[in-house]
Design a protein around this ligand. Structure first.
Ligand code: BDR
Ligand code: CA
Length: 319
């Protein structure tokens, strides 16, 4: 039997690669994709998702638009990183497929009720849709099999503020709700996508063959590649693809450890920081901490992940 999955995305260029990975995986049944504000405004995130499905020939997968803005704060976007359209600004986004009328929150709750303890939820954007589901029906959300979230800095520095990662910073209140949910949850933090997991110039050239999914994946990441070049950084870091790899390709996930996570929402300087605590991290502590409430990916095989990407992205692109 195939693994049942729902993906929640603020589809920018790295989300699109993660979506391709899941869409072409023969062992995965994607019940639906929900969209959320984040990298780009909701409408664009939905359009980018629809286009990605057309490119990999999976127009059978329904797409449900969700939250336009965060639970408390004004929306923030990352168009400086992914391009104004979130997909490299190359005029590649013109989907024919339409989104469903049903809202993401209703779809998520109905579907989780229908398949209790069977659904793996993978979130690639700010956690607003998930926070809203928890507010509406916490009990149902506890019926997820597990959640993997591309969220938090992991054990590294922030990419949006010194201490915050984008998906948490864009809606820390929602992340706090997720952390408080009694369900199996894994954070694939930003620290895992840099270093050996970042595609090199050679990887980009070899994977980016025109007419293949790899050609599309490289094209839509044009703005991100240029952004990284401008800062003298690694070439192509794809946090959402790394999070998806942890779910799809067990040989890439080398280690994950239990942590007590705490999400800061009160002070401006720490807004969106997720403090991760483990007993073995602190030299001397006499305070009792709350029990572990998540796992965090601590070792990832970047080389193996790029090999997998190389293989799966050879497939033909449909448009
Ligand atoms: C996350 O923020 C977005 O820019 C990416 O799509 C990823 O989900 C990384 O912090
Ligand atoms: Ca994302």
């Amino acid at each position: 039997m195939k693994r049942k999955m729902i993906i929640d995305t603020d589809c920018g260029s790295d989300d699109a690669v993660a979506l391709l990975m899941a869409c072409v995986d023969p062992d995965i049944e994607i019940l639906g994709i929900t969209t959320v504000h984040g990298n780009v405004p909701l409408e664009l995130a939905t359009k980018n998702t629809l286009q990605t499905l057309e490119v990999c020939g999976r127009t059978d997968i329904p797409v449900y638009p969700g939250a336009e803005r965060a639970m408390v704060r004004e929306p923030v976007h990352a168009t400086n990183v992914h391009g104004q359209d979130g997909m490299g600004d190359l005029g590649l986004i013109h989907p024919v497929k339409k989104a469903e009328e049903k809202n993401a929150v209703d779809f998520l709750l109905e579907t989780i009720r229908k398949y209790p303890n069977e659904i793996e939820l993978v979130t690639l954007g700010p956690l607003t849709n998930i926070g809203k589901c928890i507010e509406k029906d916490r009990e149902t959300m506890c019926l997820l099999k597990e959640i993997t979230a591309m969220a938090t800095c992991g054990l590294g520095p922030g990419n949006t503020t010194p201490v915050s990662e984008f998906n948490v910073y864009a809606d820390a209140e929602a992340c706090k709700l997720l952390i408080g949910l009694d369900v199996k949850k894994r954070f694939a933090g930003f620290d895992m996508c840099v270093g050996p997991a970042a595609w090199s110039d050679q990887d980009i050239a070899e994977i980016g063959v025109e007419g293949t999914l790899g050609g599309w994946a490289v094209a839509i990441n044009d703005a991100l590649i240029k952004y990284n070049l401008g800062y003298g950084l690694h070439r192509l870091d794809l946090p959402d693809a790394v999070a998806m790899a942890c779910v799809l390709w067990p040989d890439t996930l080398l280690e994950e450890k239990e942590y007590t996570a705490y999400c800061c929402v009160d002070e401006e300087a720490t807004y969106g920081q997720v403090i991760l605590y483990r007993k073995d991290m602190v030299l001397a502590i006499d305070k009792e901490y709350p029990p572990y409430n998540c796992t965090v990916v601590t070792k990832f095989d970047g080389k193996r992940y790029i090999e997998h990407c190389r293989e799966m992205l050879k497939a033909k692109a449909y448009c």
